[in-house]
Design a protein around this ligand. Structure first.
Ligand code: SAM
Length: 212
């Protein structure tokens, strides 16, 4: 995601600790205490400008959501949405997903969303893809038994790679759409990238996979 560096982003993040949780490692195993209601916890990795996680939180008050975003300059756009929505069931973390197990206890999370993850097309960058096997191992650890990953992308290469990676890992491929917007899938919430790329005519791929 190309965005201007925003030197004020850290200050803005610091001013809203009720929405962008500081020191998240201290909450490992205790995320239910952060929310008003104890209910299933779903996380989005690489939540970008936050439309998906905020709209999901509006549509599903019975779920707690955490959006994880590495870039401060991007996260502040999500923070604006979360401030505006002022919902009790959505929080943001400004951390790197490669440290997920520092922040979440084993079996603490009910579902993981990956939306339009960076494709890292060069094979020497395979390990950086959020569907590479070392990430899958982390997801398996923090997810409850039978936990799912829901993945969307417009990048055919990343989608095909990810299906192979999921399958090689032993995940159950529960649902696959090669054209989400003409499929019968109901309740889709568009991400910022999804809107942009589908308006350009790109097909959107989506799958749901489950650890067994
Ligand atoms: N999901 C959003 C959407 O669909 O509009 C944003 C997609 S953008 C291509 C990918 C986002 O993932 C970027 O904002 C990037 O900063 C974030 N990201 C990439 N690697 C990450 C990581 N290891 N941990 C957390 N966020 C990451």
């Amino acid at each position: 995601m190309r965005l201007r560096n925003k030197p004020w982003a850290q200050d803005k993040i610091d001013q809203h600790p009720q929405f962008v949780i500081p020191n998240p490692e201290t909450l490992k195993g205790k995320w239910q205490e952060v929310f008003e209601k104890q209910q299933p916890l779903q996380i989005e990795i690489g939540s970008g400008k936050g439309r998906f996680i905020t709209e999901m939180a509006k549509a599903h008050p019975e779920i707690n959501y955490i959006g994880i975003e590495l870039s401060k300059s991007v996260l502040v756009a999500a923070l604006d949405r979360v401030i505006e929505a002022n919902l009790p069931n959505v929080k943001l973390l400004n951390v790197n997903a490669n440290e997920l197990e520092t922040f979440f206890e084993k079996k603490e999370v009910d579902r993981i969303y990956l939306n339009f993850s960076d494709p890292w097309p060069k094979s020497r960058h395979e390990k950086r893809r959020l569907t590479y096997k070392t990430y899958l191992k982390m997801y398996e650890n923090i997810l409850k038994s039978g936990g799912e990953i829901h993945f969307k992308t417009d990048n055919q290469g990343l989608f095909e790679y990810s299906l192979m990676s999921f399958s090689a890992y032993g995940l159950l491929l529960k649902y696959i759409s090669l054209d989400l917007h003409t499929s019968h899938f109901e309740g889709n919430i568009m991400t910022e990238y999804e809107q942009k790329f589908s308006e350009k005519g790109n097909r959107i791929y989506r799958c749901e996979v489950q650890f067994q």
